[in-house]
Write a protein that binds this ligand. Structure first.
Ligand code: F6P
Length: 381
């Protein structure tokens, strides 16, 4: 019987973090299980900083369903298997501090740790399971790229924000006869770009999975012009790249091996500039950025997050650990964390959050690709 559990939220925030926390907490309380939250993800686990959660306390669990962010924080660069340590002399070292975390969990008496996060977070969770810790993962990310599940929480809200932005770009683009480019997030996967392009009525969508030929976009724009449409709407995934070209990188951060150090950026501007030069129309680029991660979750994400959270606690009560809650064929289910990690079996230094990780990308036979093609959205190929 489990008595005491802890939640950690890790990686870039999404709308729905709190809804998952609430669902785990409520299911725990309904079953007489004490529930705690580590502060700032794996960093809190390392420092052993946590709070008791309660649905009767407005700071730690009451009224959090519609709230954006995470009431227990989150960390985007804390790989405790390869953790950045600054020594007294200012030198930097990367150390495996995972055993400190294991000891903290044992000393605190947590029977299970719920890891809310994307591929990097779940890779570390799998590594902790190999060290004897009971973990249950919940798939989070606006990018929708976690392996083994059809949808991650936070994604639907990001798509809704992008679709709303496209509606707004439509009216200003139409008024000024411009090409309006919207750059959206998604890292190495094109889910947000593709789905928001459909939801927002875009004419062109460039995604990382299909390196684009700018001439396809030119033909599309000129075809529209010939029929009297003087404006066009273009969605560009931040990870999109031209055929034979490179991904657009804004900077490379120094947060050590084992997390993705690449900050993507500039893909939208690159496309806008080329389109302006090659069509003679004015083009403007909007980078949607962190708007996609902040604020209240959609009703869909509130429900999905609640399902995921309740399922995670249910699995813990059944003693089914070291799994990830997933949606498979539209139904709530779970899969071993081992399957989520995929081929990247090596324990430790390398987290899942790299180009080599086992992420779920858009496949060419996916309904969204077919639908986009059917209605004439130019995908750049
Ligand atoms: O993975 C989620 C995400 O928002 C990506 O879409 C984006 O590339 C990245 O995180 C931004 O990361 P950061 O919060 O470190 O700037």
């Amino acid at each position: 019987m489990i008595k005491k559990v802890a939640i950690l939220a890790n990686g870039g925030d999404v709308s729905g973090f709190n809804a998952v926390i609430r669902a785990i907490l409520k299911t725990a309380e309904n079953n007489g299980v004490e529930c705690y939250g580590f502060i700032d993800g794996y960093r809190g686990l390392l420092k052993n900083e946590y709070v008791k959660l309660s649905t009767y306390n407005s700071q730690t669990g009451s009224g959090i369903l519609p709230k954006g962010g995470s009431i227990i924080g989150s960390s985007t660069n804390a790989n405790v298997f390869n953790y950045k340590v600054i020594n007294d002399d200012g030198s930097i070292e990367y150390k495996d501090l995972s055993d400190v975390c294991v000891q903290n969990i044992k000393d605190d008496g947590f029977d299970c740790v719920f890891t809310l996060g994307g591929d990097g977070t779940q890779k570390s969770a799998r590594d902790f399971s190999l060290k004897g810790i009971n973990v249950i993962g919940v798939p989070k990310t606006i990018d929708n790229d976690v392996a083994c599940t059809e949808i991650t929480f936070g994604y639907n809200t990001a798509v809704s924000v992008a679709a709303d932005a496209l509606d707004r770009l439509h009216t200003t683009g139409e008024t000024h006869h411009r090409i309006m480019v919207l750059e959206v997030m998604g890292r190495y996967a094109g889910w947000i770009a593709l789905e928001s392009a459909i939801a927002g009525g875009a004419d062109i969508a460039f995604i990382p999975e299909i390196p684009y030929d700018i001439n396809c976009a030119i033909r599309k724009i000129n075809g529209r012009r010939a029929k009297g449409k003087e404006f066009s709407i273009v969605v560009v995934a931040e990870g999109a790249m031209p055929k034979g070209g490179e991904i657009s990188v804004e900077s490379v951060r120094n947060n050590g091996e084992g997390v993705d150090n690449t900050k993507l950026g500039g893909a939208g501007q690159r496309v806008a500039k080329q389109l302006e030069e090659l069509t003679g129309l004015e083009a403007r680029c909007t980078v949607l950025g962190y708007m996609q991660r902040g604020g209240t979750p959609t009703a869909f994400d509130r429900v999905l997050s609640t399902k995921y959270g309740a399922k995670a606690m249910e699995l813990a009560l059944e003693g089914k650990f070291n799994v990830l809650t997933v949606i498979k064929n539209g139904r709530l289910d779970s899969v071993p964390l081992e399957d989520v990690v995929g081929e990247n079996k090596k324990i430790g230094a390398v987290s899942g959050n790299t180009k080599e990780s086992n992420i779920r990308k858009v496949t060419m036979d996916h309904d969204l690709v077919k639908t986009a093609r059917d209605i004439g959205i130019c995908l750049g190929d």
